[in-house]
Write a protein that binds this ligand. Sequence first.
Ligand code: NAP
Length: 280
Amino acid sequence: MKIGIIGLGLIGGSLAIDLRQLGHTILGVSRSPKTCQQAIARNIAHQASPELSILAPAEVIFLCTPIAALQSTVEQLIPHLNPATILTDVGSVKAPVVEAIAPLWQNFVGGHPMAGTAESGLDAALSGLFIDRAYVLTPIATTPSSAVEIVSEIARSLQSKIYQCHPTDHDRAVAWISHLPVMVSASLIAACMAEADPTVLDLAQKFASSGFKDTSRVGGGNPELGVMMARYNQAEIMRSLHAYRHQLDQFIEQIEQENWTELEKLLAKTQRDRPSFLSP
Ligand code: NAP
């Protein structure tokens, strides 16, 4: 199959590496000519160019630019496409993306591979990034089932676990497990840094070990990604942040009132519930 990939960064580059290994012909487009040259030199893409016109023969095109560039990219791409071409994106938020692109192109399937690292750009692209990871497709009533089937088939060939849901359910679910954790973790780092006694802050920084490393990891990541989550998933992230603040108040109340039995009940329940969020 001839597969187009627009945005040769972490996700686009990783898709290109795996899909080429699977025998597909990869046509890459990226903003910077240097990235395109690297993609060819490193055998990531068969052809690559900043020109969208090279994608005319592609049967399926993965849109892997930052979310802010998706709609304008599709608008510029459409004159080069034939109506059978399937477009799919990899954006981490789905409702605004599907709302913007579905009216422009009938054969569009919203998608989100739930895989990533803290790095970005083509140098961060990895082989096997999507193995055993959820790959969520968000078709709507007007999405042709043939297009959903083809994108599912490709995602399955990457050894991902395929899920389908409505774009708004996707955005609500990722608010809980991806976007809220970034804001909570960032707040943890900011709260620690607000310690007014420099001796105590210095000691805390020296004592920090695996627990702090785990809980601060996502809050210490790329600020652009955090802003993207808040900007494009604002309603759902606000909903989860308010619920989180309410939950924090429950803990504060039990501790203030020295209600150790209730506190233990809360913590025993979270201990029981945590495994249900983690793959075996
Ligand atoms: P990234 O590493 O920064 O890659 C995006 C690449 O797109 C950039 O390296 C840039 O390459 C290129 N680009 C930027 N604007 C462009 C444009 N207008 N036209 C063509 N190419 C353009 O970012 P990423 O992490 O792969 O994220 C890409 C998409 O995947 C986003 O929509 C994000 O929501 C989604 N996603 C990210 C993750 C994650 O954990 N990172 C996980 C799942 C989904 P050059 O400037 O070098 O050409």
